[in-house]
Design a protein around this ligand. Structure first.
Ligand SMILES: CC(C)(COP(=O)(O)OP(=O)(O)OC[C@H]1O[C@@H](n2cnc3c(N)ncnc32)[C@H](O)[C@@H]1OP(=O)(O)O)[C@@H](O)C(=O)NCCC(=O)NCCS
Length: 160
Protein backbone atom coordinates (compact mmCIF):
# COMPACT_ATOMS: atom_id res chain seq x y z
CA UNK A 1 0.00 0.00 0.00
CA UNK A 2 2.94 2.31 0.41
CA UNK A 3 3.71 1.64 -3.29
CA UNK A 4 2.41 5.09 -4.17
CA UNK A 5 4.43 6.81 -1.47
CA UNK A 6 8.09 7.71 -1.86
CA UNK A 7 10.38 4.90 -0.75
CA UNK A 8 11.76 5.02 2.78
CA UNK A 9 15.22 5.64 1.30
CA UNK A 10 13.97 8.77 -0.48
CA UNK A 11 11.93 9.89 2.55
CA UNK A 12 14.75 9.70 5.06
CA UNK A 13 15.57 13.12 6.45
CA UNK A 14 13.19 14.94 4.14
CA UNK A 15 13.10 18.52 5.38
CA UNK A 16 10.21 20.96 5.22
CA UNK A 17 11.27 24.09 7.08
CA UNK A 18 12.51 22.57 10.35
CA UNK A 19 10.19 19.56 10.21
CA UNK A 20 11.82 16.29 9.17
CA UNK A 21 10.31 12.86 8.80
CA UNK A 22 11.17 9.26 7.93
CA UNK A 23 9.15 6.08 7.51
CA UNK A 24 9.24 3.97 10.68
CA UNK A 25 11.15 0.78 9.82
CA UNK A 26 10.04 -2.64 11.11
CA UNK A 27 12.90 -2.62 13.61
CA UNK A 28 11.67 0.71 15.04
CA UNK A 29 8.07 -0.47 15.46
CA UNK A 30 8.56 -1.40 19.17
CA UNK A 31 9.48 2.23 19.94
CA UNK A 32 6.35 3.38 18.10
CA UNK A 33 4.24 0.84 20.00
CA UNK A 34 5.58 2.10 23.33
CA UNK A 35 4.75 5.70 22.41
CA UNK A 36 1.24 4.71 21.29
CA UNK A 37 0.66 2.81 24.52
CA UNK A 38 1.79 5.79 26.59
CA UNK A 39 -0.70 7.97 24.65
CA UNK A 40 -3.48 5.34 24.98
CA UNK A 41 -3.73 4.98 21.19
CA UNK A 42 -4.33 1.64 19.39
CA UNK A 43 -1.11 -0.31 18.78
CA UNK A 44 -2.18 -3.94 18.27
CA UNK A 45 -2.12 -3.79 14.48
CA UNK A 46 0.86 -1.60 13.62
CA UNK A 47 2.88 -4.49 12.14
CA UNK A 48 0.06 -5.65 9.85
CA UNK A 49 0.35 -4.96 6.11
CA UNK A 50 -1.25 -1.85 4.67
CA UNK A 51 0.02 0.64 7.24
CA UNK A 52 2.79 3.21 6.97
CA UNK A 53 4.02 5.26 9.92
CA UNK A 54 6.17 8.38 9.92
CA UNK A 55 8.49 9.55 12.70
CA UNK A 56 8.85 13.32 12.89
CA UNK A 57 11.67 15.54 14.11
CA UNK A 58 11.66 19.29 14.62
CA UNK A 59 14.99 21.10 14.78
CA UNK A 60 16.65 17.68 14.99
CA UNK A 61 14.60 16.52 17.98
CA UNK A 62 12.07 13.67 17.91
CA UNK A 63 8.59 15.15 18.35
CA UNK A 64 6.14 12.41 17.41
CA UNK A 65 4.47 10.17 14.87
CA UNK A 66 1.62 9.89 12.39
CA UNK A 67 0.42 7.05 10.21
CA UNK A 68 -1.74 6.16 7.22
CA UNK A 69 -3.78 3.05 6.48
CA UNK A 70 -4.64 3.27 2.79
CA UNK A 71 -7.72 1.94 1.00
CA UNK A 72 -7.57 3.33 -2.54
CA UNK A 73 -8.76 6.95 -2.49
CA UNK A 74 -9.56 6.74 1.23
CA UNK A 75 -7.14 6.37 4.13
CA UNK A 76 -7.25 6.31 7.88
CA UNK A 77 -5.12 9.03 9.44
CA UNK A 78 -3.96 7.35 12.61
CA UNK A 79 -1.41 7.39 15.40
CA UNK A 80 -1.09 11.19 15.33
CA UNK A 81 1.03 11.72 18.39
CA UNK A 82 3.16 14.60 19.63
CA UNK A 83 5.32 13.88 22.67
CA UNK A 84 3.73 15.58 25.71
CA UNK A 85 6.47 18.16 26.30
CA UNK A 86 6.19 19.43 22.69
CA UNK A 87 2.42 19.92 22.52
CA UNK A 88 0.55 23.24 22.10
CA UNK A 89 3.25 24.74 19.86
CA UNK A 90 1.56 24.07 16.54
CA UNK A 91 3.57 20.93 15.81
CA UNK A 92 0.54 18.60 15.72
CA UNK A 93 -1.05 20.80 13.05
CA UNK A 94 2.19 20.83 11.03
CA UNK A 95 2.57 17.06 11.25
CA UNK A 96 -1.00 16.50 10.04
CA UNK A 97 -0.49 19.01 7.23
CA UNK A 98 2.65 17.18 6.13
CA UNK A 99 0.89 13.80 6.11
CA UNK A 100 -1.99 15.33 4.15
CA UNK A 101 0.49 16.50 1.49
CA UNK A 102 2.08 13.04 1.33
CA UNK A 103 -1.34 11.41 1.08
CA UNK A 104 -2.48 13.79 -1.64
CA UNK A 105 0.67 13.09 -3.66
CA UNK A 106 -0.04 9.36 -3.27
CA UNK A 107 -3.49 9.80 -4.85
CA UNK A 108 -5.50 9.71 -1.64
CA UNK A 109 -8.62 11.88 -1.82
CA UNK A 110 -10.05 11.65 1.69
CA UNK A 111 -8.61 11.11 5.16
CA UNK A 112 -10.69 9.59 7.94
CA UNK A 113 -9.97 9.26 11.64
CA UNK A 114 -11.33 8.23 15.00
CA UNK A 115 -10.46 10.06 18.20
CA UNK A 116 -11.73 9.77 21.74
CA UNK A 117 -10.89 13.31 22.91
CA UNK A 118 -9.16 15.33 20.17
CA UNK A 119 -12.13 16.10 17.89
CA UNK A 120 -11.81 19.89 18.53
CA UNK A 121 -8.14 19.80 17.43
CA UNK A 122 -9.00 18.03 14.16
CA UNK A 123 -12.05 20.24 13.52
CA UNK A 124 -9.84 23.30 13.85
CA UNK A 125 -7.65 21.97 11.01
CA UNK A 126 -10.53 21.22 8.67
CA UNK A 127 -11.84 17.77 9.62
CA UNK A 128 -15.62 17.36 9.69
CA UNK A 129 -17.31 15.57 12.57
CA UNK A 130 -19.66 12.99 11.06
CA UNK A 131 -21.80 10.07 12.17
CA UNK A 132 -19.72 6.93 12.30
CA UNK A 133 -22.19 4.94 10.19
CA UNK A 134 -21.58 7.33 7.27
CA UNK A 135 -17.93 6.23 6.87
CA UNK A 136 -17.09 4.48 3.54
CA UNK A 137 -17.30 0.69 3.72
CA UNK A 138 -13.50 0.18 3.53
CA UNK A 139 -12.97 2.57 6.43
CA UNK A 140 -15.84 1.13 8.48
CA UNK A 141 -14.25 -2.32 8.03
CA UNK A 142 -10.89 -1.33 9.51
CA UNK A 143 -9.75 -2.84 12.80
CA UNK A 144 -9.83 0.64 14.35
CA UNK A 145 -13.51 1.02 13.51
CA UNK A 146 -14.46 -2.57 14.28
CA UNK A 147 -12.62 -3.20 17.50
CA UNK A 148 -9.60 -1.13 18.48
CA UNK A 149 -11.32 2.21 19.17
CA UNK A 150 -14.24 2.47 21.61
CA UNK A 151 -17.63 2.91 19.98
CA UNK A 152 -17.86 6.29 21.71
CA UNK A 153 -14.89 7.61 19.66
CA UNK A 154 -15.69 10.48 17.30
CA UNK A 155 -15.41 9.98 13.52
CA UNK A 156 -14.06 12.84 11.41
CA UNK A 157 -13.01 13.10 7.79
CA UNK A 158 -11.45 15.62 5.41
CA UNK A 159 -11.41 15.93 1.64
CA UNK A 160 -7.91 16.55 0.33
C1 LIG B 1 -3.69 15.80 19.35
C2 LIG B 1 -2.22 16.19 19.39
C3 LIG B 1 -1.48 15.42 18.30
C4 LIG B 1 -2.11 17.70 19.11
O1 LIG B 1 -0.73 18.03 19.05
P1 LIG B 1 -0.20 19.51 19.35
O2 LIG B 1 1.20 19.57 18.94
O3 LIG B 1 -0.54 19.92 20.74
O4 LIG B 1 -1.11 20.33 18.32
P2 LIG B 1 -1.08 21.90 18.04
O5 LIG B 1 -0.08 22.57 18.91
O6 LIG B 1 -1.00 22.10 16.59
O7 LIG B 1 -2.56 22.31 18.48
C5 LIG B 1 -3.02 22.00 19.79
C6 LIG B 1 -3.60 23.23 20.44
O8 LIG B 1 -2.55 24.13 20.77
C7 LIG B 1 -2.88 25.41 20.31
N1 LIG B 1 -1.64 26.06 19.94
C8 LIG B 1 -0.94 25.90 18.80
N2 LIG B 1 0.16 26.67 18.82
C9 LIG B 1 0.15 27.30 20.00
C10 LIG B 1 1.02 28.21 20.62
N3 LIG B 1 2.14 28.62 20.02
N4 LIG B 1 0.72 28.63 21.86
C11 LIG B 1 -0.40 28.22 22.48
N5 LIG B 1 -1.28 27.33 21.95
C12 LIG B 1 -1.00 26.90 20.74
C13 LIG B 1 -3.77 25.19 19.12
O9 LIG B 1 -4.63 26.28 18.92
C14 LIG B 1 -4.54 23.96 19.51
O10 LIG B 1 -5.71 24.24 20.21
P3 LIG B 1 -6.97 23.23 20.13
O11 LIG B 1 -6.50 21.85 20.55
O12 LIG B 1 -7.94 23.82 21.05
O13 LIG B 1 -7.40 23.21 18.70
C15 LIG B 1 -1.60 15.93 20.78
O14 LIG B 1 -2.41 16.53 21.79
C16 LIG B 1 -1.42 14.47 21.12
O15 LIG B 1 -0.43 13.85 20.75
N6 LIG B 1 -2.39 13.86 21.84
C17 LIG B 1 -2.32 12.45 22.23
C18 LIG B 1 -2.55 11.52 21.07
C19 LIG B 1 -3.92 11.71 20.42
O16 LIG B 1 -4.95 11.79 21.08
N7 LIG B 1 -3.94 11.76 19.06
C20 LIG B 1 -5.15 11.98 18.29
C21 LIG B 1 -5.81 10.72 17.87
S1 LIG B 1 -5.01 9.95 16.49
Amino acid sequence: MSDHLPSSRRLKNVTTNSLQFAIVSPTDLPTLVQALQEAHLPDDDVALPGRVFFAFQFDGQHIGYAGLEIYGPDALLRSVLIVPQQRKRGLGSQVVSEVEKLAHRAGIERLHLLTTDQAPFFERIGYVLTQRQLAPADIASTLQFKSLCPSSASYLWKSL
